[in-house]
Design a protein around this ligand. Structure first.
Ligand SMILES: Cc1ncc(COP(=O)(O)O)c(C=O)c1O
Length: 472
């Protein structure tokens, strides 16, 4: 078939699929609905709210966070000896941490300030896990003094520091050993953390590390830890990794005559960014895997071994991703022609410029992520306008690379300046990676409380904030 026809067919298919998804979202997604053509999130009119709070800003739903936590708890309900540690790196706003704490799960941290934020939000040290490939002596000292639930040791160097500190202070520290199970996953390459990865120690070194810990007077060995990566779209890598860690734990228990207290399977539960029947093996933004699938393979495998060991997990994305939308305004538009170097016309491109570039929603550039995008005041009409969506930053790359059809997004034909757009499923790893690049402020964040009220939970940076770090 002729190349142009194939591309016309593909374009038509992408447009149709997107419009079907849009209709499904407003008719059956638990978070969204439609009123007077406007898009509602947890019954809040997104167009109206975007005219009350200055865009760009994120809007979180407390209810959706609670639903997600409940779903994970439910998945593990047949194994009551499970502890859930929310990976605070996914979103560490104090208010969000407080919501997590109120819902009676624990926290995972990857830096000293993350630990401090968790403590400030009400978690006890004994409810926090400390991960990371580089922990300085002062970080470990703080963690140990705060009686952290488990420091997941990532190297012999780190273990030596823990020994030194606990001997000096004569206080106990709980540790687990992060091993690399050597399991690859069809997620984004930068999200793989258990295959040729920097984290964890080799399986063959685990026995030596256990022996060392057993001989340390103040260090308690809790168990083994893995985290195979983020947004793992299929079950196979989890199944393989759970078998590897359990086989190794069994072997170590036998050869060293010890009994581990816990086994930590990390995070990585995926969420769909593209809805429907896509192929997760080819595109990790599609997934149908849920918390029960994740729980079942862990519980089944653990029960073949022991029923008296504690299971720990560290989900991040699954708890907050679906709980936020990013609201942004169209401030400018233009039509530009793409030529080849002999000035033959290749394409005519409609550009819309919004007030949120990759300094506000960075996944779009670094990870080439995809988010559905809707016009908040026109959600019912068919979306037929193919347009590229660009941010305000100086870089040529500051536009959203993954659209509905190639680099193009779809909006309703009558979209105009001043309209506000909503990127959905933006609750994970977004606020955490905002920057003040080009001296543009990091965004505000608002929350729809479970009672349906709106609260500002973070304000936008001011000029004074931005210069407050400079010494002059
Ligand atoms: C050690 C560890 N645990 C848990 C997580 C959370 O992963 P996710 O958000 O995919 O659940 C991460 C994410 O990078 C991690 O590095």
């Amino acid at each position: 078939m002729n190349k142009d026809l194939i591309s016309t067919d593909k374009k038509k298919e992408s447009i149709d699929t997107f419009n079907t998804t849009r209709e499904k979202i407003i008719s059956s997604d638990r978070r969204f609905s439609e009123k007077n053509d406007h898009l509602l999130f947890e019954n809040i009119d997104l167009y109206d709210i975007s005219k009350k709070i200055q865009t760009p800003f994120y809007l979180y739903s407390e209810l959706e966070i609670i639903r997600n936590i409940t779903e994970i708890k439910e998945a593990f309900k047949n194994y009551p000896n499970t502890k859930i540690f929310y990976a605070s790196k996914a979103c560490s706003l104090i208010k969000i941490l407080e919501i997590v704490k109120d819902n009676e799960i624990f926290a995972e941290a990857n830096s000293i300030y993350e630990i401090m934020k968790c403590i400030k939000s009400g978690f006890k040290g004994s409810e926090i896990i400390f991960n990371g490939v580089l922990k300085k002596k002062s970080d470990l000292e703080y963690a140990i003094k705060n009686n952290i639930y488990s420091i997941n040791v990532d190297s012999f160097y780190e273990l030596d520091l823990i020994e030194e500190i606990t001997n000096e202070l004569q206080i106990e520290a709980n540790v687990s050993i992060r091993i690399e199970p050597n399991v690859s996953s069809p997620t984004h390459p930068d999200c793989v953390t258990a295959y040729h990865a920097k984290a964890g120690i080799d399986l063959k070194d685990a026995e030596l590390m256990c022996k060392k810990i057993i001989n340390m007077p103040y260090v308690n060995l809790k168990g083994l830890h893995i985290h195979i990566g983020d947004q793992i779209p299929i079950i196979d890598p989890f199944s393989k990794a759970v078998k590897v860690i359990i086989d190794e734990a069994k072997r170590l228990e036998n050869s060293l005559n010890i009994k581990f207290k816990s086994i930590n399977l990390g995070g990585g539960i995926p969420v769909p960014y593209k809805y429907g029947q896509g192929n997760p093996l080819k595109d990790y933004l599609y997934t149908s895997l849920n918390s029960s699938d994740f729980a079942n393979i862990i519980i089944d495998e653990v029960l073949k071994w022991r029923d008296d060991i504690e299971i720990c997990i560290e989900p991040g994305r699954k708890i907050v991703s679906s709980a936020a939308v990013l609201l942004t305004t169209i401030y400018s538009e233009k039509i530009k022609t793409n030529y080849d170097d002999k000035f033959n016309i290749l394409d005519i491109v409609n550009w819309k410029f919004i007030d949120a570039g990759y300094s506000i929603l960075s996944d779009s550039l670094h990870f080439n992520w995809f988010f559905y995008l809707f016009n908040t005041k026109n959600i019912k009409d068919d979306y037929t306008l193919l347009t590229k969506i660009a941010g305000p930053l100086c870089d040529g790359g500051d536009y959203f690379h993954q659209g509905v059809y190639e680099e193009f997004f779809l909006l309703p034909k009558n979209t105009s300046l001043g309209d506000t757009l909503a990127f959905i499923d933006t609750g994970a790893y977004s606020i955490e990676s905002q920057t003040i690049y080009n001296n543009r402020p990091r965004s505000a964040v608002a929350l729809i409380t479970k009672e349906g009220n709106i609260e500002l939970i973070r304000r936008e940076d001011t000029f004074d904030d931005i210069i407050s770090y400079d010494i002059y």
